[in-house]
Design a protein around this ligand. Structure first.
Ligand SMILES: [Mn+2]
Length: 161
């Protein structure tokens, strides 16, 4: 399965449109929060039927779920924006929570900085922000995750230049 992971679009969709044109068709589009009201627009502009989106700290009036746990191709995936776990200071609390939920993969946003890390049996993934990147160079980033039953998960970080 090819899964596109994005985050922190904050109501701006120009870069997301380019990413969709480049990467679709995908089996799933995951958004790790801070759509700022853009969730309906995003769902209307992807060919993808499966579009899990969680609520970010800037999604004040949304009905989005705060967190999701999904089983995808045999992997238990925990999705959260991450601000409730202090991710700006580090991923320790998020990792503890993900391990307690028996997750194989945890994905989050909020920091606007991409991350692909492997903590023993847990993958810790942040696609960065498509609208307001904060890492050095400030390129919008996203992650393509490929999950195949019986194989190691594959994560590719993509920069939009
Ligand atoms: Mn944000």
């Amino acid at each position: 399965m090819k899964i596109l992971i994005v985050s922190d679009t904050h109501g701006r969709h120009e870069t997301l449109m380019k990413v969709l044109r480049t990467e679709e068709p995908v089996d799933m589009l995951i958004h790790c929060g801070d759509t700022e009201g853009g969730e309906d627009w995003i769902r209307q502009h992807t060919q993808c039927f499966s579009v899990p989106i969680v609520k970010g700290n800037n999604d004040f009036f949304s009905n989005l779920p705060a967190e999701l746990e999904l089983d995808i191709a045999g992997y238990h995936v925990f999705i959260t924006h991450g601000h409730g776990y202090g991710v700006s200071m580090g991923t320790e609390r998020l990792v503890d929570e993900a391990l307690s939920r028996k997750a194989d993969i945890v994905m989050f946003g909020h920091t606007h900085r991409p991350l692909i890390a492997d903590h023993d049996d847990l993958w810790v993934i942040n696609p960065g922000s498509l609208s307001y990147p904060r890492q050095e160079g400030h390129a919008p980033t996203y992650i393509v995750m490929t999950l195949t039953v019986g194989k190691e998960p594959d994560f590719e970080l993509h920069k939009c230049i």
